[in-house]
Design a protein around this ligand. Structure first.
Ligand code: NVA
Length: 313
């Protein structure tokens, strides 16, 4: 059974095929109906959501299926009952499980017992569905992926930084991730990204200087300085002496990128913190295309995983 728990669960060829399929589904939204029936898909949230709930719900419906959104506060997975028992119940009723949760170990447990494809809709460590949408967006605006330089600045220790490293390397991009020395990516992820990049012609570079990271970049990306689950660190992360302040994406920083660089942000965005209003609401920003592309990318991913599940019998 194939799952999508982290970005490197897709090979470079598979990732490219999923992006092609996403573009085709964007052009003809009802072209594929693998969930005809309708078959159910459980979409479970242990953390807040807007785009993910919307795009998976609409996406499952457009694929002919029935989206069953489950409130993690009610389900209390792992406390009221074990993850394994929840997985054993889900597999009897749904064709796929989409889960946004905390630890990566939780979604790995779910995948072990689910018997149907499991999709990571964000954990503390990765947000791989967002990267598929971002790659689709970059490809639309730049006409290609391999060889481009994609820079992420801000909290370099978070899920987005990790997913850009793995997903970007898989796509053959030169990925640069920059954040303060106190908030750098997990070295195991950097190592894995470098391994992948050596096969795809890309590269993976970690920096602690925003200007150096953005210099000559084709794509500039940031994310909130306070991820879901870090609310108790709000003062330290977003206060006057935030370690992330030198990594804020404003016109001055963006001036170091290429003249036609595009700007991405997975949203929600906090104007005046990680990104200026002038940039996110300005001509370089493609964030609304990016948000729409969650729908198309995730539909293509689900169609791919359901194909593989059918092949496995
Ligand atoms: N790093 C952010 C991404 C939000 C889509 C978080 O985990 O909250």
């Amino acid at each position: 059974m194939r799952h999508f728990l982290r970005d490197d669960d897709l090979t470079p060829a598979e990732q490219s095929a999923v992006l092609d399929r996403a573009a085709a589904l964007k052009a003809d939204r009802f072209a594929e109906r693998p969930l005809e029936g309708p078959q159910g898909v459980a979409i479970i949230f242990d953390k807040p959501t807007l785009r993910t709930q919307l795009s998976f719900s609409v996406g499952v419906a457009e694929l002919g299926g029935f989206p069953m959104v489950v409130d993690g506060n009610l389900a209390q997975i792992g406390t009221r009952e074990s993850i394994a028992d929840v997985a054993r119940v889900l597999r009897r009723q749904v064709s796929a499980v989409v889960w946004r949760t905390y630890g990566q170990d939780r979604i790995e447990d779910m995948a072990q017992y689910a018997g149907v494809p499991v999709v990571n809709a964000l954990t503390d460590d990765f947000h791989p569905c967002q990267i598929l949408a971002d790659l689709l967006t970059v490809r639309e605006h730049k006409g290609r992926l391999p060889g481009l330089t994609m820079t992420y600045v801000g909290d370099a220790a978070n899920n987005m930084a990790h997913s850009y490293l793995l997903g970007g390397a898989t796509a053959g991009l030169h990925v640069r991730v920059a954040g303060p020395a106190t908030h750098q990516p997990d070295p195991r992820i950097v190592q894995r990204a470098a391994e992948i990049a050596s096969q795809t012609g890309g590269s993976a570079t970690v920096l602690d200087d925003a200007v150096e990271a953005v210099a000559g970049a084709d794509v500039v990306i940031t994310d909130t300085w306070m991820s879901m689950g870090q609310e108790q660190e709000a003062a330290e992360r977003k206060g006057a002496s935030s370690p992330f302040a030198p990594f804020a994406v404003d016109q001055e920083l963006l001036a170091h990128a290429t003249d036609d660089a595009i700007v991405l942000h997975c949203l929600p965005a906090y104007r005046g913190f990680e990104i200026s209003a002038e940039v996110i609401d300005g001509p370089r920003s493609v964030v609304w295309d990016e948000a729409e592309n969650r729908l198309h990318a995730q539909k293509a991913l689900l169609a791919f995983l359901l194909d593989r599940a059918r092949d496995d019998g």
